[in-house]
Design a protein around this ligand. Structure first.
Ligand code: OSB
Ligand code: MG
Length: 367
């Protein structure tokens, strides 16, 4: 097929509740939606860039011109039969992973539709449902965080991830254990610590966490390997793994024992599938992370999480946990057993509600 038109939309949607991590607090979702037309079909993708460069270096305002001036022109009017070809055409553009991921996801949706298979099937997935956990943001007090956790457990979420930062770490985790006992629990620091904090991080060993996610710097592997030697808790890397090769290197030097896989952070679903293969080969558990995506990005995450190497619950909540009205029909729902169904219909498997996309669009451009 051949993409003959690419449409970008900057959408802005209020979150149901603000989400706070060690790097900041977000009350509205800003991101770029990509729609690509080919052979009369339209494919959708999401670049989950934010308004500020605090998780990765990209923002809506950097990804937009990269897409318009460099990425879209490289893929327009060139026949392809596999999104890997598209990814190869974009490769000369260094990094800008989230910008690439949105366009590549639209191509995956197109290819899956053209083959009349689900996106999950096109990616090589076999599961019909995926286990999900909830990522719980920092609240003003530990008490407030605990109340939120209680709600998610009642709804069936299979594990809880709490965000931690210096000053809100060991006591928070101890309080969660105190109230909820031996629930599957892990902590995510979003790169807020250094090796000098090894004693505090070591104190977390007493709480039997499934993993400690990204304790050290966003681009570090070496210090994580040093920290790993001092901890019993397995380290999981998020920010530091930007490719399948990073996962291999991290495994080789012992920087992590678990990988959080996000297609957007790695520049696309294709690279995420390769990263998943690296993990599977090495017997390293992996799971699908999230970026508070709209239903469009969430649908792709569901498809990805259905691959066999995603052995731990995904950061993937119901649509209503994030938005008053999501952009897809049906909305993503979590079953009482803490799973989300993987749709079998062709492409994303959800209907994109154009009227809602339009409602939340603050800027649009066609290439
Ligand atoms: O570190 O995994 C993270 C959200 C935005 C940026 C980074 C992260 C997160 C989450 C939320 O933890 C995951 C989700 O529910 O989508
Ligand atoms: Mg994380």
């Amino acid at each position: 097929m051949k993409i003959d038109r690419v449409e970008l939309r900057h959408v802005r949607m209020p979150y149901v509740t603000p989400f706070e991590t060690s790097f900041g607090r977000e009350t509205v979702k800003d991101c770029i939606l990509v729609r690509a037309w080919a052979d009369g079909l339209a494919g959708w993708g999401e670049s989950p860039v934010t308004s500020a460069p605090f998780y990765v270096e990209e923002t809506v305002e950097t990804a937009w011109p990269i897409l318009v001036e460099f990425l879209a022109p490289r893929v327009l009017n060139r026949p392809f039969s596999d999104p890997a070809e598209l990814a190869a055409w974009m490769r000369p553009v260094r990094r800008n992973h989230m910008a690439k991921a949105g366009l590549e996801a639209a191509a995956w949706d197109l290819i899956a539709q053209a083959r009349s298979v689900s996106l999950a099937h096109a990616l090589g997935a076999t599961r019909t449902a995926v286990a999900v956990g909830m990522s719980v943001g920092l609240e003003a007090t530990a008490e407030a965080t605990l109340d939120r956790i209680g709600d998610w457990l009642e709804l069936g979420y299979r594990r809880i991830k709490v965000k931690i930062k210096p000053g809100m770490d060991v006591e928070l985790v101890a309080a969660v254990r105190g109230r909820f006992g031996a629930i599957p629990l892990h902590a995510d620091a979003n790169a807020a610590y250094t090796l000098a904090d090894a004693a505090v991080l070591g104190a977390l060993d007493d709480y039997d966490l499934m993993m400690l996610e990204q304790p050290l710097d966003y681009d570090d592997l070496v210090d994580h390997a040093a920290l790993a030697k001092r901890l019993r808790t397995p380290i999981c890397l998020d920010e530091s793994i930007t490719s399948a090769a990073d996962a291999r290197k991290a495994a080789e030097i012992g920087a992590c024992r678990i990988v959080n896989i996000k297609a957007a952070r790695m520049g696309g679903l294709g690279e995420a599938v390769r990263c998943h293969a690296v993990c599977l080969e090495r017997g390293m558990p992996a799971w699908c992370g999230g970026m508070l995506e709209t239903g469009i990005g969430r649908a792709a995450n569901i498809a990805l999480a259905a691959l066999p190497g995603f052995t731990l619950p995904a950061d993937l909540g119901a649509s209503r946990r994030y938005f008053h009205e999501d952009l897809i029909e049906p909305q993503v729902a979590v079953n009482p057993d803490g799973t989300v169904d993987v749709p079998a219909a062709a492409g994303l498997g959800f209907h994109v509600v154009e009227a809602l996309v339009e409602k939340y669009t603050v800027r649009r451009e066609v290439v």
